[in-house]
Design a protein around this ligand. Structure first.
Ligand SMILES: Cc1cc2nc3c(=O)[nH]c(=O)nc-3n(C[C@H](O)[C@H](O)[C@H](O)COP(=O)(O)OP(=O)(O)OC[C@H]3O[C@@H](n4cnc5c(N)ncnc54)[C@H](O)[C@@H]3O)c2cc1C
Length: 411
């Protein structure tokens, strides 16, 4: 089959790589170069433990405080609020305990096989060195603080996530750069991360080209259909790409495309920021999640990456790099000795559904269109497992993961 894949982020790239393993011919279409949209600047964490949704029980009580605090983890541009309200209402409904348990169970299914799904692709592309499994440390300033997050940690444990409590002495020994700042932690030893998310996507993508895939630069603006079958994609520059099937993996921009297929999906962008400290003088060994700071810290090939923040402002407005300054200020609080003489910052559009689950499945009322987007905060983690499962769906095989919770028609 000749499949056209819209998007060359981590998701589209992994879908293409897995489809090639089944012998399909693949044509990627993208309006940015591989790995240069949201997959470019994320925190690179590859965490089987990252199965909790964004909306957690009782979180709504913290929202007013966060919004009032310029250094808080959440901002909403006032002009965007009226547009966002229906999505927020749905988001809150999904943050009730029973829903959170259901969502975490589904996400755990997608995240548990992260490495078994990445490994064959990494090996084939010769890119193993871009991924390491050094574990993630969740750190807390006190045992009372750790108790506030205990419900979620227990849920993770109940779903089979390996987690080990560690005390201040062990924490200091594991990460001397954090010495004295945190009183307790939880080590997720099975977690990993990439040293460079952009290069990871580029390496996997380059291998698909060597294996015969094509890449057509351009923006897809429409589908040519005959009854329930898509015959071709139409691009903004007038190009027409004939194909036997389509995978929509266009990240935060996917909903505009599915609308043309008659499917309305409440996809929102949670804009996130990073600061990369190129001059970093730290020697961190783990990915560190400073839970009370809502800050993820990852030592990468190009420097120390500090990432986080959720900003609701839609796809169009330019970045507000004051949000990145907040991340850097938090980083300096954590590591007072951090050399910040050289830094760079970035904003990316996380593709988010109100239930924190991606859409993975065949598009309703279309025989040959599959959807793979909406991975929110875990797209790097779940790119390869999504790719494997989409390949199963295209081939008509039974998926290895229970995909019911991800079905496109759930909204
Ligand atoms: C600050 C931050 C930190 C993060 N940290 C992590 C982390 O540690 N771990 C993790 O797992 N995830 C993390 N994420 C989330 C992760 O980056 C995303 O979930 C992931 O990159 C989404 O990948 P994607 O392939 O769906 O989308 P993208 O990478 O955004 O790719 C979308 C692709 O679609 C193309 N496209 C869109 N519309 C069209 C069109 N009409 N025609 C043609 N092409 C089109 C784009 O050009 C692009 O190629 C983080 C995100 C942010 C912002």
């Amino acid at each position: 089959m000749h499949l056209a894949i819209i998007g060359t982020g981590i998701v589209g790239t992994c879908v293409g790589a897995w489809l090639q393993r089944d012998g399909h011919r693949v044509t990627f279409v993208s309006d940015t170069a591989p790995g240069e949209a949201c997959s470019f600047g994320n925190a690179g964490s590859m965490s089987p433990s990252a199965c909790l949704p964004v909306g957690m029980p009782g979180m709504w009580k913290q929202v007013p405080g966060w919004l009032a605090d310029a250094g808080g983890p959440l901002t909403i541009r006032p002009s965007y609020l009226p547009l966002l309200l229906p999505w927020l209402a749905r988001f809150l409904l999904h943050s009730r305990p029973a829903e959170v348990t259901r969502i975490a169970t589904a996400l755990r299914g997608l995240l548990a096989p992260i490495f078994e799904c990445y490994e064959p692709l990494l090996e084939h592309a010769g890119a193993q060195a871009l991924v390491r499994r050094t574990g993630c440390l969740y750190v807390y300033s006190s045992s009372e603080a750790a108790r506030r997050w205990q419900w979620g940690m227990n849920l993770r444990r109940s779903l089979g996530v390996a987690l080990r409590d560690i005390d201040a002495a062990e924490l200091d020994a594991l990460e001397p750069d954090l010495r004295g700042r945190f009183r307790c932690g939880i080590l997720a030893p099975e977690n990993g991360s990439t040293l460079d998310p952009e290069q990871l996507v580029k390496a996997l993508h380059a291998r698909t080209l060597v294996d015969g895939a094509s890449l057509v630069p351009g923006e897809v603006i429409g589908f040519e259909r005959k009854a329930a079958t898509v015959r071709a994609l139409n691009l903004a520059d007038g190009t027409r790409i004939e194909c036997d099937g389509v995978v929509v993996a266009a990240g935060a921009w996917s909903a505009g495309l599915t609308k043309q297929l008659g499917l309305s999906i409440p996809l929102e962008t949670q804009r996130g920021y990073h600061v990369t400290v190129q001059s970093s003088n730290l020697a961190l060994r783990h990915t560190v999640m400073a839970v009370e700071y809502n800050l993820m810290v990852n030592p990468m090939a190009m420097g120390l990456r500090l990432a986080g923040s959720v900003e609701f402002a839609g796809l169009r407005p330019p970045p507000n790099y004051a949000r990145a300054d907040v991340l850097l200020a938090k980083g300096r609080e954590l590591f007072p000795h951090l050399d910040v003489s050289r830094t760079s910052c970035w904003m990316g559009h996380r593709p988010c559904l109100p239930d924190s689950l991606p859409v993975i499945g065949r598009a309703p009322r279309s025989d040959n269109v599959w959807l793979a987007f909406g991975h929110g905060h875990v797209g790097m983690c779940a790119g390869a497992s999504t790719g494997r499962e989409v390949a199963h769906l295209v081939a008509g095989r039974t998926p290895q993961i229970d995909l019911k919770a991800f079905r496109p028609e759930r909204f």
